[in-house]
Design a binder for this molecule. Sequence first.
Ligand code: ADP
Ligand code: MG
Ligand code: ZN
Length: 476
Amino acid sequence: MEFEAVIGLEVHAQLNTQTKMFCSCSTKFGKPPNTQVCPVCMGLPGVLPVINKQAVEYALKLALALNCKINLKSIMARKNYFYPDLPKNYQISQYELPLAEGGAVEIEVNGIKKKINLVRIHMEEDAGKLIHDEKQPYSYVDFNRAGVPLLEIVSSPEISSPEEAVAYLKTLRRILRYLEICDGNMEEGSLRCDANVSVKPKGSEKFGTKVELKNMNSFKHVERALNYEIKRQIGLLMEGKEIVQETRLYDEATQTTHPMRGKEEAHDYCYFPDPDLIEIQIEESLLKRLEAELPELPKIKKERFLKTYNLTPYEVDILIEEKSLAEFFEKTVKIYPNPKAVSNFVLTEVLRYLNRDGKDISETNLKPENLAQLLELVEKEVISITIAKQIFPEVYERGAEPKKIVEERGLVQESSEEKLKGICEEILAQNPAEVKKYKAGKKGLLGFFVGQVLKKTKGKANPKVVNKILTELLEK
Ligand code: ADP
Ligand code: MG
Ligand code: ZN
């Protein structure tokens, strides 16, 4: 019997507002424990929460970007449960009447596009963080994160494989980053994912019992946990056993999942509208303004890049991953209109240094006009691509002007046949065995000779001219 997986994801995205959801405490990550707290987010008696307008606007931007139906009236609700990281004993969230419903995320796996519909997007506050020190007989609690604004984005159970789940997460992360409402940093927990998964006989209409995998914070973990869990569930069904509806945790060390707790039901939380907070009313004029502020989204940008620049989908995907890199690429092409050359250099050299430094292009000294100038020098054969790569680190690190570096160091390419001929003859004289082999038919050795000449001239020789001279000398 063949089985198929059904997956639905609940993603939590931390909004990068300056302050928390209902108080003015800072949301900065990594500060000493319990230094960013106040009576409101500590849940002391008698305090009154006030909603963060910026957080609501950010949530609306995502809802607009994903074509959700926005509820012009929505309510904040209390979700009641006890846990040491939750000082109020309830989390302020949304239940009935969330901020937005419907909408979709369009994913692409192996060139095939698929629309994953959304159930809802709602706003809530984050809980604090427990720190378990294994050497001590007690645990610590840090409330700095308590009250940080979160969006919960709930997908329909329309994801069919771990690969699709990862594609969905990556697509959503890119949109959040384009909107500049969440940094998408999974290591710091700004983006977290609960995955619901069940299996059913292939083609069957009826869904199987689902298991929830809690709080995964990397794409790898999501993929591995789902793969393991799908196999585990299929194994149980093959043995004629039943799947228990429960919440499980993924353990990276063993790459398996284990039970955490029985599945809670919505009624366990005794949801009710938070009496401290008034109904949220959204005005049409606000939506109009936010709509106008939306950036060009990744999907549209990709289509436009493919149409405008004659690049491969693979190249475009990398260029548009970060909005800032895509902008840098376009600015460079405006000055030096050779998209292929710019793309080649950005995808190799520029990205190599950005990855090395863990930086965004906007945090470096690289300017579009300088990259344009560098590539123009190559095209005009003033310098070779080897020299361009050699001086690039200075252009990138110091913001130096390529023309100046080339002039100061005398790096101008040598194209004079007269000057290069001597060196070519020298190289051939130094490698008699290779020359013999070449003359016996091993023409591929030409590349070797060219390489030797370039080495000798420290990359300054014009490879085209060297090629020509060597061929003439060897064929004589
Ligand atoms: P709960 O009330 O248990 O949290 P929801 O209906 O709110 O369940 O759904 C939570 C998530 O689980 C959603 O992302 C949804 O797509 C997904 N889901 C629901 N049913 C299934 C199922 N049978 N298999 C896999 N995922 C499911
Ligand atoms: Mg749920
Ligand atoms: Zn506070």
